[in-house]
Write a protein that binds this ligand. Structure first.
Ligand SMILES: *[C@@H]1O[C@H](CO)[C@@H](O)[C@H](O)[C@H]1NC(C)=O
Ligand SMILES: *[C@@H]1O[C@H](CO)[C@@H](O)[C@H](O)[C@H]1NC(C)=O
Ligand SMILES: *[C@@H]1O[C@H](CO)[C@@H](O)[C@H](O)[C@H]1NC(C)=O
Ligand SMILES: *[C@@H]1O[C@H](CO)[C@@H](O)[C@H](O)[C@H]1NC(C)=O
Ligand SMILES: *[C@@H]1O[C@H](CO)[C@@H](O)[C@H](O)[C@H]1NC(C)=O
Ligand SMILES: *[C@@H]1O[C@H](CO)[C@@H](O)[C@H](O)[C@H]1NC(C)=O
Length: 483
């Protein structure tokens, strides 16, 4: 996972990204013109349609030749938050959600024609980890079910090019079973990794979230994601991000600009309007790194900063790692875009900020220094209210033997307005060189009695924040005793 990025490479990368951004701005102007033209055309078409008294049908699925017209979506989209709660963890709370294991099984059960999976690495069996854990059975079930389907329908897997010691047994099995696999050489392309984790099924259902294709992500690591069923408009848009990885799997360079078939009209400024659980919602998907964003796509960092900017009363964040640095760069580099935004909105808008960060044996000690600094922005008398807690997943002696497990791996943010469900750790690398993506849901206009995604995510955060697995970061706090 460590990547060595030389300083001048980084500077170079940033320059290229700046150029890309400018190109994107130009593209956006072009799109605006095209949109005007399309609207005129659409009006003409509508006139003809009305004249002929032909009733218009379902919104056209996005064609690969033309960017979709921006219109609302009438699919009966159903969104469900899903979680993996590690073995033995118990909350004194009624907030529970279906498991990610169940969600993946459901998705495979629904699949009729295709399953596309974007993934970091595959390690779904005891064999891969050299363990004898009964709790690996869920991962093994997922792998076997997917292998069965691979012979029957189109199964495509985009995966980060496996590095040296990474297990490859699962990928070999799937390949031999008929799945189509492409490895994306992120190390060469961006000096990063493909860290995204999502599924697109039948171009209709999607899953996105923190869980890797790893048996531990189902039973030994705490994860959060979302499944959206019966939602071809959103699935078509996530499909474009998948197609970008798919193309890169066969390519040694990143297209610039991206062909128009990868462009989207759904972003932070013009989100997709659709009903989610019968509640009017606006939704978009963000992506990183910026060089992977075709015209119209909001880069993941811009998405995070704008969600924070839009908050009026609170911002709750649950991420595994939080660092105002480039975690994997040599020489060291400071990277404070997110950190500065939090302090700024905390100060200027008196927004209440809560960060729930993970603490485990592999946490880098420097993270605690930066978290203490952030937590010191607390003085209720002056309206400063930033608080930080560390979440520890306890482990029995037996559980301690499972490598890289027993940790809170969540990557989400919830504000008084928005639910943001992502796949990235929060340090600079994940927004500059690593491929990740996020689902951003806005249901502020909701008048429906159904709980919004935002309120469900808030309840998850509050359950974890108030649980006895979380501990405030204090100035003299010593993490060695905690994790
Ligand atoms: C569980 O929560 C209820 C209601 O919040 C509280 O009364 C009870 O004491 C809690 N139990 C434990 C074991 O913390
Ligand atoms: C899949 O199998 C084919 C044929 O056996 C082989 O050429 C290809 O390299 C394999 N792909 C992966 C990703 O293992
Ligand atoms: C998706 O739509 C189908 C057909 O209308 C329906 O049978 C199914 O229950 C829906 N799935 C979900 C999860 O709502
Ligand atoms: C998040 O960061 C940790 C620690 O650096 C790393 O081990 C992990 O691979 C990263 N991402 C994932 C898998 O979400
Ligand atoms: C959320 O939606 C409301 C109402 O549709 C809109 O006013 C607001 O700007 C949106 N917020 C964001 C961050 O998109
Ligand atoms: C949390 O509380 C429960 C019930 O009171 C207790 O059994 C458990 O050991 C506690 N966990 C921790 C990490 O303190």
């Amino acid at each position: 996972m460590k990547t060595d990025v030389a300083y001048n490479q980084l500077v170079d990368m940033e320059r290229r990204q700046e150029a890309n951004r400018k190109a994107q701005i130009n593209c956006r102007c072009a799109i605006a013109l095209v949109t005007v033209a399309v609207v005129l055309l659409a009006a003409t078409a509508l006139y003809i349609v009305l004249t002929l008294r032909v009733s218009s049908s379902h919104p056209a699925p996005s064609s690969s030749l033309h960017p979709p017209r921006r219109e609302s979506c009438s699919d009966p989209c159903k969104i469900v938050l899903v979680e993996s709660i590690p073995e033995g963890l118990e909350f004194n709370s009624s907030t529970t959600h279906p498991t990610i294991f169940k969600a993946w099984l459901n998705l495979m059960g629904e699949a009729r024609s295709s399953i596309d999976i974007a993934s970091f690495y595959w390690s779904l069996t005891n064999k891969d980890t050299g363990t004898h854990e009964p709790t690996a059975n869920q991962g093994e079930t997922i792998l076997n079910t997917l292998a069965d389907l691979s012979g029957k329908l189109s199964v495509r897997i985009a995966v980060n090019t496996p590095q040296g010691s990474q297990p490859q047994g699962d990928l070999r099995l799937l390949n031999n079973s008929g799945a189509d696999i492409r490895t994306v050489n992120m190390k060469e392309l961006t000096s990063g990794v493909l860290h995204t984790k999502f599924w697109v099924v039948d171009k209709k259902h999607i899953y996105i979230g923190s869980a890797n294709m790893d048996w531990r992500s189902l039973t030994q690591v705490k994860e959060l994601g979302a499944v959206v069923y019966n939602c071809s408009c959103l699935a078509a848009d996530l499909g474009k991000i998948f197609e970008a990885y798919w193309l890169l799997g066969d390519s040694e360079s990143i297209p610039s600009p991206w062909p128009s078939s990868f462009a989207t009209l759904y972003n932070k400024d013009t989100p997709l309007q659709l009903p989610l659980n019968s509640t009017p919602s606006s939704v978009y998907l963000s992506s990183s790194p910026p060089s992977f964003c075709a015209a119209g796509r909001t880069p993941d960092l811009q998405s995070i900063l704008s969600v924070m900017e839009d908050a009026e009363s609170f911002i709750y964040i649950a991420v595994m790692n939080y660092l105002p640095t480039m975690e994997f760069s040599h020489p060291k580099r400071y990277w404070a875009d997110i950190d500065t935004q939090l302090r700024r909105v905390g100060y200027e808008k008196r927004v209440k900020v809560r960060l729930l960060i993970s603490c485990w044996a592999s946490t880098k000690p420097v993270m605690f220094s930066f978290l203490k600094s952030l937590a010191s922005v607390y003085d209720p008398k002056s309206g400063l209210d930033i608080q930080v807690r560390l979440f520890v997943v306890p482990a029995s002696p037996k559980q301690k033997e499972i490598p890289f497990a027993r940790v809170n791996h969540n990557k989400y943010m919830v504000t008084d307005k928005i639910a943001y469900i992502g796949t990235s750790n929060w340090s600079g690398d994940y927004f500059v060189s690593t491929a990740g993506s996020a689902l951003v849901v806005n249901q502020t206009a909701s008048v429906s009695p159904e709980p919004t995604v935002q309120s469900q995510l808030r309840a998850v955060f509050e359950r974890d924040w108030d649980s006895n697995y979380s501990t405030p970061v204090a100035q003299h706090f010593n993490h060695k005793h905690l994790c």
